[in-house]
Design a protein around this ligand. Structure first.
Ligand SMILES: Cc1cc2nc3c(=O)[nH]c(=O)nc-3n(C[C@H](O)[C@H](O)[C@H](O)COP(=O)(O)OP(=O)(O)OC[C@H]3O[C@@H](n4cnc5c(N)ncnc54)[C@H](O)[C@@H]3O)c2cc1C
Length: 383
């Protein structure tokens, strides 16, 4: 009998387990992987704010390099700063292991090569089946990624819409379009609201594409266009990212669904590390409160906190639906007006200059204003 069982040892599960174990609760972390964090399924970008606001101080052992922010590049090569909030290219396997090991150092039990096959209510708590064994717990945290068995078995899933992301890793010298200090996001109609990326990572670079598209074909086409020889790749990475998940609730008495399992990724950029850290930490805190007061329904507070957070603001998914309809000529034209600037530089003067040069832009004023609100939200959210 455990106080808590955490299903999945990614960043979200690791954070939840850390909270529970450090509060002294008997916690088990179960993961089907043999080695935590491997194989990696990530471009490994996270903001400094995302780490620090969740109590993680950047550490050399899992930071590959620091970046000064991210730039958005239009099909015509013009660009603007999406964010100048600093961030990092992580070494994801080391990062995931460090969080989980911290939970273990606080007394949690880690079981690898342990696939959970059933989660059901049992005797006022939950029964988890894994590797032919039953584990009973008062609390279960579903941190089992985008195809979460826990969320389905708890009866919380209404619908799940995912996108694919595909990526190659190259040596730095093999990527001619690299910006050593910024993550580059290439937008175009071909990515249908997604994008292609070039993320520097110390001696290597992650280059990929994601969206409601064929990620593999888009990555190959992107590499060809920019003279990157795919034959020189050192690694291939692929996975799915939650795009729009509809869960009736993110919690039930004695249960919470966190990170990708709950679909808590930013639809604007697919980023899920910071949302995973945040939701895992909050779920852990709610579980500690529920266990402390022996009040399983207290876990429902987790659903309320997450839904009120910027991570699940409907503006993000509303806006990405609009972006999906934008043609390259429009993206090029707007980016020309912003070339080399931060979107924050859009004031009355910049707007007037753009309207005088391109009067048709007025027809899109509502979309553009909403996009500025969206970018503000993403900055507040800390990407
Ligand atoms: C190609 C790609 C690039 C990405 N790039 C970025 C990026 O640059 N920045 C960013 O912020 N996000 C990025 N993401 C998204 C990010 O990787 C995820 O949002 C993040 O990993 C979510 O963390 P998590 O802990 O919720 O889930 P995961 O990291 O998916 O962890 C879930 C864990 O659950 C385990 N599990 C699943 N089912 C079971 C089961 N039945 N029993 C036991 N264990 C189980 C899995 O083995 C896994 O270890 C990217 C995703 C992809 C696919």
């Amino acid at each position: 009998m455990f106080d808590a069982v955490v299903v999945g040892a990614g960043p979200a599960g690791g954070m939840a387990a850390r909270e529970l174990a450090s509060a002294g609760y008997r916690t088990a972390i179960l993961d089907k992987k043999k080695i935590i964090g491997e194989p990696v399924q990530c471009a490994e970008g996270v903001s400094e704010f995302g780490l620090r606001s969740n109590g993680l101080q950047p550490r050399e052992e899992w930071i590959a390099q620091k970046v000064a922010g991210a730039k958005c590049v239009a099909p015509n090569g013009k660009w603007f700063y999406i964010t100048r909030l600093p961030g990092y290219a992580l070494d994801r396997p080391s990062f995931d292991r460090w969080i989980v090991n911290d939970a273990v150092d606080h007394g949690a039990t880690l079981r690898t090569s342990t696939r959970v096959t059933a989660v059901a209510r049992h005797d006022g708590g939950w029964r988890v089946q894994a590797n032919g064994e039953s584990l009973d717990a008062r609390v279960v945290i579903g941190a089992d990624g985008p195809s979460s068995l826990t969320a389905r078995q708890a009866g919380l899933v209404r619908s799940l819409e995912k996108i694919v992301a595909y990526e190659y890793r190259f040596r730095r010298e093999d990527v001619p379009i690299l910006d050593p200090d910024f993550f580059l996001l290439f937008v175009s109609r071909v990515y249908q609201g997604g994008y292609a990326w070039v993320f520097p990572k110390g001696d290597s670079v992650n280059v990929g594409a994601g969206g409601p598209i064929d990620g593999h074909a888009a990555t190959v086409a992107f590499c060809r266009r920019f003279g990157i020889d795919v034959a020189r790749r050192t690694q291939t990475i692929a996975g799915s990212i939650p795009y729009r998940y509809d869960l009736s609730s993110l919690a039930a008495p004695g249960l919470a669904i966190v990170g990708d399992a709950a679909g808590i990724t930013n639809p604007m950029n697919g980023a899920g590390i910071h949302p995973g850290l945040f939701s895992g930490r909050i779920a852990g805190e709610c579980a500690v409160a529920a266990l402390g007061t022996e009040d399983p329904p207290a876990m429902l507070a987790y659903d309320r906190i997450l839904r009120a957070s910027p991570f699940l603001d409907p503006l993000l998914s509303e806006m990405i639906d609009r972006v999906r309809t934008w043609h390259d000529s429009f993206i090029n034209s707007v980016t020309e007006e912003l070339h080399g600037l931060d979107w924050r530089a859009v004031d009355a003067k910049v707007s007037l200059r753009a309207f005088l040069r391109k009067p048709w832009i007025v027809l899109h004023a509502r979309d553009l204003l909403r996009m500025i609100r969206t970018l503000e939200l993403c900055d507040r959210y800390g990407w």
